[in-house]
Design a protein around this ligand. Structure first.
Ligand code: FES
Length: 684
């Protein structure tokens, strides 16, 4: 800043409001840096990265007490002209490293020029993620070697980073050290490096190096590794933009649908754990490659992964035998977060020096996925008492407010994800995701993923021709069961009535029980999509487990009511609060107090990918969360049995009955329910 502040021009930055007086000729980027204004720069002011773009404003600003003259900034210079011709600058923009201060001026820093820019988490969410990733790019000019002053190239790179970017010590492993010399020479001593520097301190790691200015960007993967599905987001580590999102089935399903059956597979088969580890790592590589292809980027530009998963998946992905997680006291090999080279997880598809951050686990049954949900939904910052249910094959449940947060997991099984359901499938084009049943005619109408029209609307048949009608996904089955209950096709115990009892030929005999036919495509060679008695039982087991887990946390907290409910999970974005409540999945609250968070675990992984402070924060939060173990808690069984009816039999549900009257029907199918009744609940 100038030594004669009274005479020097005043520079005011918006939106930060930071201001200061600077000598004429000071570049805007320098002024911004001195004031601590968040203005980006990768090339360090050399006029080649265009990250420093700003918008000067001219005229009278009574709010700031300044008048900005037309010549408040230096004239458009050759560097800006070259950039304008090569790439084009938006109207009114200047390069902050080129334009210099000549008079009082107001400078706006547009969002894309802010280093710590905010990224909208998703359209429906007001909250944003502040960009502060662990891996960043730096353009640097390195001194050439000198025989008279012998130093290594790495040491000179380190010195240049210190001088030009205030970066302290760096470390480089052998594989990048081998690239260093040719790259420095190819770039004529100008290179771009990707450095990893996380919240734990210590030296920055050299992840990669490119000659000259690297314009291909760097990317990160946020992965939610679930028992049934693996979801991944490919994100730009500079802008935070999600370039591609994809999900695939976890191929470990062939070793067992739920977690406990995978633990038993590891127990019964020597080498079974290693086999499952290999399988899931192959899937993670395939997912990384698929996302890179979809975004048309080179997969080796993926420099970082954040991984969230339940404890069993955590151990299997890390190559640790999960056997201890199958028996009390359910000890984890480690519950702390991990920061590892991705190659230790055999991630060969991405950058060979990429890092992986695994969020901390909460307890032996409450994993890093629950930690990620806590990071995303922040129950620990809530004023009111919030119940967060992340519904998957294993439900992760959090209950709390800013004074205390409790967590447990509950073995819901894969039914909510459309697995173990006779017409079930994952949420993909062609799957029925919404359904309504007319209480008078008992006729269904539905919508399938990929088609906007309802099945009874004109044009539906043509619109659905491409995807077909292939099955029911998780949110579809929840709506189907709840709608069947509301339409009087299902009694409170969960029995489907016969055609005679319900008055619709859509209820067909199916052995000793009945099924409700939603869509019969057999005449055209398509599937018969129906809800069977077995499906109802699977959903009852799943929803009872979810409800019992929530109830257990409420007991522990000493409350009978919660203020609001957040539904999360792969299908959480689509789940209808009304149907969830008719089913008795969640405790009774006013319908407008139930919201969907979508894939909150995936969002948590994305937050941790983009913001290192969030990693430190969740590690602290996890240490403070009270863990409740459902597997050894006798009251869990009690709550589970009581929750079996649709909706819950003993909890009054006054909020629900005020808006959704449920018919008082009762069916008897001559013992057809015995098979379902004998089914054993399994942790999954
Ligand atoms: S800082 Fe790179 S162009 Fe200005």
């Amino acid at each position: 800043m100038s030594t004669d502040p009274s005479k020097d021009p005043l520079v005011i930055f918006t939106p930060s409001g930071k201001r200061g007086r600077f000598a004429r000729g000071t570049p805007i980027l320098t002024a911004a840096r001195q004031l601590g204004v968040d203005l980006d720069s990768v090339c360090g002011g050399r006029g080649i990265c265009s990250k420093c773009q700003v918008t000067p404003s001219y005229g009278e600003f009574s709010k700031h007490g300044v008048t900005v003259a037309d010549d408040a900034l230096s004239e458009w210079n050759a560097v800006e002209e070259r950039y304008q011709q090569k790439r084009g600058l938006k109207p009114g923009r200047r390069l902050g490293c080129q334009a210099t201060v000549q008079g009082d001026v107001v400078i706006d820093v547009p969002p894309e020029s802010q280093v710590h820019r905010q990224v909208v988490r998703k359209a429906a969410s007001a909250r944003a993620i502040t960009m502060d990733p662990a891996t960043r790019l730096y353009f640097v000019e390195v001194q050439e070697p000198d025989m008279h002053e012998p130093t290594g190239d790495l040491e000179r790179l380190e010195r240049a980073l210190g001088e030009q970017w205030e970066i302290g010590e760096i470390t480089a492993d052998l594989s990048v050290l081998g690239k260093l010399q040719p790259t420095l020479r190819k770039g004529k001593w100008q290179v771009t490096v990707a450095l990893y520097h996380d919240h734990t301190g210590g030296p920055a790691r050299l992840i990669d190096i490119w000659p000259g200015l690297h314009e291909g960007g760097i990317y990160g993967l946020a992965i939610d590794l679930g028992s049934t599905t693996i979801a991944g987001h490919l994100c730009n580590l500079d802008t935070g933009e999600v370039l591609a999102s994809s999900g695939l089935m976890n191929p470990q399903i062939r070793f067992g649908e739920d977690l406990m059956s995978r633990v038993s597979y590891a127990m019964m088969n020597p080498g079974g754990d290693a086999e499952m580890t290999r399988t899931v790592r192959e899937a993670l590589n395939a997912l990384a490659q698929e996302l890179a292809d979809e975004a048309s980027i080179d997969a080796t530009l993926i420099c970082e992964i954040t991984l969230v998963c339940n404890p069993v998946m955590h151990h299997l992905a890390l190559g640790i035998d999960p056997v201890e997680l199958g028996q009390a006291p359910f000890a984890l090999a480690t519950s702390d977060s991990l920061s590892l080279p991705a190659r230790e997880l055999d991630m060969t598809a991405i950058n060979p020096r990429a890092r992986t951050y695994v969020l901390p686990c909460i307890a032996g049954h409450v994993g890093a996925d629950a930690a990620a949900v806590a990071l995303s939904e922040e129950p620990d910052k809530s004023e009111d008492l919030v119940l967060v249910c992340d519904v998957g094959t294993n439900a992760e449940i959090l209950l709390g407010n800013k004074t205390r947060v409790l967590a447990c997991s509950s073995p819901t099984g894969p039914a909510f994800e459309g697995a173990q359901i006779s017409s079930g499938q994952r949420a993909a084009p062609g799957a029925i995701e919404r359904i309504e049943i007319d209480p008078a005619t008992k006729e269904p109408r539905f919508r399938v993923i990929g088609v906007e029209l309802w099945s009874d609307e004109d044009g539906f048949d043509a619109a659905v021709a491409e995807t077909g009608i292939t099955g029911i996904c998780g949110s579809g089955i929840i709506e189907a069961v709840a709608e069947m209950r509301m339409a009087g096709l299902l009694d409170p115990s969960g029995l489907i009535g016969s055609a005679a009892q319900t008055g619709t030929p859509r209820c067909v005999a199916d052995g000793r029980t009945h099924s409700y036919v939603i869509h019969d495509g057999t005449a055209e060679g398509g599937p018969l999509i129906s809800v069977t008695q077995g499906d109802i039982r699977a959903i009852q087991l799943a929803k009872s487990a979810l409800y019992a887990g929530a109830r257990l946390l409420m007991d522990e907290m000493g409350v009978d009511r919660v203020d609001r409910v957040v539904l999360a999970g792969a299908f959480g974005a689509h789940i209808s609060p009304k149907h969830a409540m008719v089913l008795g999945m969640i405790p009774d609250v006013p319908l407008d107090r139930v919201t969907s968070a979508g894939n909150a675990a995936g969002t948590g992984a994305r937050i941790a990918l983009h913001n290192v402070a969030a990693r430190a924060a969740i590690e602290k939060t996890v240490r403070e969360i009270t863990k409740v173990e459902t597997a050894i808690e006798p009251k869990f069984q009690e709550h589970f049995v009581a929750a079996n009816a649709i909706p819950h039999a003993t909890d009054p549900f006054p909020e629900l009955s005020a808006v959704v009257p449920l018919p008082a029907v009762s069916f008897n199918t001559g013992g057809g329910d015995a098979e379902g009744g004998r089914r054993r609940r399994r942790r999954g």
